[in-house]
Design a protein around this ligand. Structure first.
Ligand code: KIV
Length: 278
């Protein structure tokens, strides 16, 4: 069975989405659906299902590669997975996450690595974490034509400094700073900004203050779009999952059950069947 035949066959093809089209969705009041994708089959299914953005997140490190944080994820990892995702998508915008230490050293290093994700990975845009500390790099990327998605609130690449994965910006001063940084990222040219694990009221306030869409993950329904890690959404990840995650399937149980039946069939010599040849 080809990867196209199961889902999506016969659907009207969508136009190829661009960063300005994502900004335009906010003007029309249309929510933006974002999911992470790391491989060809999942990316194809999410694209066919109508997700506007496929994010090749550095969450690949924890959900696929078995690391306990995103810190060990490398440019080579993100490039490898971005290529698989861009080969699969027909319409969705592909955003490649810039891994830890690929953009923090200097503006030159950041721009060069962002360029590699576009040129070698085929991504349509890049994402990086932080506000003021990445503003100069964002500005330069945008100047040379690379669409950039920002990321504020809980920024998992700062887990060591934050002392764990906790809701951010609970106090008034932190909330003011986050709002200021969101405005700064918009001014630097970001076409959208992920808001992760912040109070819902703040998610709404930031969304109202910006012209570009906010993409929430644990930031409330007032954001202009939502993002979930696909393995969480599909019930395929059994590590730490945040309270806001909603599971739309229990594929982990289904897959284990299928493996168990296969193993049992092999042990009982029920597989393969008794035909003399195939
Ligand atoms: O890496 C990732 O999956 C992300 C999302 C959670 C926004 O950054």
């Amino acid at each position: 069975m080809s990867s196209d035949s199961a889902v999506g066959a016969g659907r009207t093809p969508r136009a190829k989405l661009t960063a300005p089209m994502i900004v335009e969705m906010k003007r029309r009041g249309e929510p933006v659906a974002v999911v992470t994708a790391y491989d060809f089959p999942t990316a194809r299914l999410a694209d066919q299902a109508g997700a506007e953005i496929l994010l090749v997140g550095d969450s690949v490190g924890t959900v696929l590669l078995g690391y306990d944080s995103t810190l060990p994820v490398s440019m080579a990892d993100i490039l490898h997975h971005t290529r698989a995702v861009t080969r699969a998508r027909t319409s969705a915008l592909v955003v490649a996450d810039m891994p830890f230490m690929s953009y923090q050293v200097s503006v030159e290093q950041a721009v060069e690595n962002a360029g590699r994700l576009i040129q070698e990975g085929g991504a349509d845009a890049v994402k990086l974490e932080g506000g003021e500390r990445v503003a100069a790099a964002v500005r330069r990327m945008v100047e040379i034509g690379i669409p950039v998605m920002g990321h504020l609130g809980l920024t998992p690449q700062s887990v060591l400094a934050m002392g764990g994965y906790r809701v951010q910006a609970r106090g008034e001063a932190d909330q003011e700073r986050l709002l200021k940084e969101a405005k700064l990222l918009e001014e630097c040219g970001c076409f959208s900004i992920v808001l992760e694990s912040i109070p819902a009221r703040l998610g709404s306030e930031v969304s109202r203050a910006l012209h570009v869409p906010t993409i929430g993950i644990g930031a409330g329904v007032g954001c202009d779009g939502q993002v979930l890690v696909s393995n969480d959404l599909l019930g395929l990840y059994h590590g730490r999952t945040a309270k806001f995650v909603r599971r739309y399937a229990e594929l982990g149980d289904m897959v284990r059950g299928a493996f168990e039946r296969y193993v049992a069939d092999v042990k009982a010599r029920r597989f393969p069947g008794d035909a003399e040849s195939y």
